[in-house]
Design a protein around this ligand. Structure first.
Ligand code: ACG
Length: 471
């Protein structure tokens, strides 16, 4: 599986309003297929007042700017015809403050009032979030509600079992429409306040119980539904969720790849990789597959983070050669730029894909102006398509290699060592094996290779023998 994280608003516009939509994506499925993408993680497309779509006003409706249910079904159909799966990002931890559920709750209407978390005399309403220092209790009509992700998104109160049934209905609704699975947003946050003391506190055991019940339900409707979880945390916390979900985003891995490249530090890479992918070094079967990625919509884009195309291309080499499931964030295949001040400024990492080098034209989305990816900066599909050395063409070659060796996805790492700037990695399953050399030095390095197994060399390595060198 090769996933592509896709932000519809910035993709392809079919009706000239400057906003990407279902029909637009349908038109561009060929673009994705041509790169070799076979699975899409679609960022939220439900009715929402927010550009990012993570604050939902109606869980059963689409954002009308993106199109209606029939257009969505048609898109899913066309994707399936091409063997492309689409997984829906479904944020259920909170709703929009303007949703009917919350507005009714404010009027003390049942059952909605109990679906949210209100302060009591024990609450310190000035309590701050443990990252970013934002307030987590928000005042409205003389009441305080709990909203970990800000005043626009009141958290749902999952102490209330009735709500569990409602969430099941929502999952069923989108499965029936034709989605192939879900990306579970904020999976560690379902229970993240201490009910007794009305304070923020993760309750991982309760979260796990909740997800087990939801996943059982989802699988009872669609046996092969793909489930991807977002638990953004240190490896010790991620470990608690091992085995619950089919795929889990490996946040620690994304940091170690980028940090080792930034520091040209092969030794760090070797030391840390063992820690963040432990299951891939053991003989035992893998429970939750590592969802490998470099950046996502909550992060500064790869090229801006690593400050060079050479380095961001190298990171893509690593991404597409490690065991696990690779995820490419839209625009990474074009080396798009985007720097985030913090997670509340995701717009800066979600600029429109540029289809033509002039930056405008049919299908081009224009919902926001270019800040980081200006026209004529060689990040357009048009330009990169023509240039054999472009990131787009490198990514295509890497994916081709990956698909020819699809066994890598479920393989194990049996050798991982470094010699100064070179990392040697041996990956195998019962039948196949491959040796990969990554070069963490910024200049070309010559190495002697004796192994007669299939070989794969990362960029910057000049080989003594004529073996597979990609790209
Ligand atoms: C998801 C979505 C995101 C969305 C929401 C809310 C959730 O991807 O787009 O926001 O629906 C936290 C949550 C994640 C959340 C991000 C944005 N992502 O856990 O679920 O915030 C620390 C914390 C993490 C935190 C991260 C954020 O531990 O919990 O993620 O910081 O930076 C080391 C540490 C690691 C630490 C990192 C970073 O790696 O190991 O623990 O993570 O450093 O410091 C959307 C919008 C928002 C809006 C919201 C309602 O984007 O603007 O407010 O919707």
């Amino acid at each position: 599986m090769i996933f592509y994280e896709l932000y519809l608003r910035s993709f392809y516009d079919s009706n000239g309003d400057g906003i990407g939509d279902f029909k637009g994506l349908e038109k561009k499925l060929d673009y994705l297929q041509n790169i070799g993408i076979d699975s899409i993680w679609l960022l939220p497309i439900m009715k929402s007042p927010a550009f990012h779509g993570y604050t939902i006003t109606d869980f059963y409706k689409t954002n009308s700017l993106y199109g209606n249910i029939d257009e969505l079904k048609q898109l899913l159909n066309e994707a399936h015809k091409r063997n492309i799966k689409i997984v829906l990002d479904l944020p259920i931890n909170h709703v929009s403050v303007s949703s009917e559920w919350f507005q009714k709750a404010l009027n003390d209407e049942k059952p909605y009032k109990n679906w949210f978390i209100w302060s009591n005399n024990k609450t310190n309403t000035d309590e701050r979030r443990h990252w970013g220092n934002d307030k987590i209790w928000h005042k409205i009509n003389d009441k305080y509600f709990y909203g970990l992700f800000g005043p626009g998104s009141p958290d749902l109160n999952f102490e209330n079992k009735e709500l569990w049934d409602e969430i099941k209905k929502i999952f069923k609704h989108w499965l029936n429409i034709g989605f192939d699975g879900f990306r579970l947003d904020a999976a560690k946050h379902i229970f993240d306040y201490d009910k007794k003391n009305m304070k923020f506190k993760y309750q991982h055991d309760k979260n796990i119980k909740f997800w087990i019940e939801m996943l059982e339900y989802i699988k009872s409707i669609k046996k092969d539904a793909i489930i991807i979880s977002e638990v953004w945390d240190e490896k010790e916390i991620v470990k608690k969720y091992d085995g619950i979900f089919e795929i889990g985003f490996n946040f620690p891995l994304s940091y170690i790849i980028k940090d080792s490249i930034k520091l040209n530090d092969a030794e760090k890479f070797v030391k840390d990789l063992k820690e963040v992918m432990p299951a891939y070094f053991k003989k035992k079967p893998i429970k939750t597959k590592s969802g490998n990625f470099l950046t996502n919509h909550d992060m500064t884009r790869l090229r801006s983070e690593l400050k060079s195309i050479k380095k961001s291309n190298f990171a893509l080499n690593i991404l597409l050669t490690l065991p696990g499931i690779p995820f490419i964030y839209y625009g990474e295949e074009l080396s798009m730029k985007g720097k985030l001040k913090n997670v509340n400024f995701t717009e800066d990492g979600e600029e429109p894909i540029q289809w033509s080098e002039i930056g405008f034209g049919p299908g081009q989305t224009e919902w926001k102006g270019y800040k980081f990816n200006t026209p004529y900066s060689k990040i357009s599909v048009e330009e990169q398509h023509k240039n054999p050395k472009s990131t787009l063409n490198r990514v295509k070659k890497l994916i081709k290699f990956r698909k020819e060796n699809s066994w890598i996805e479920n393989s194990k790492i049996n050798i991982l060592e470094n010699d100064k700037n070179m990392v040697k990695l041996s990956i195998n399953n019962e039948i196949n094996s491959i040796i990969i050399h990554y070069n963490f030095k910024s200049s070309k390095t010559k190495i002697n290779i004796n192994e007669d197994k299939i070989l794969y060399y990362s960029d910057n390595v000049k080989c003594t023998e004529n073996k597979t060198e990609i790209p």
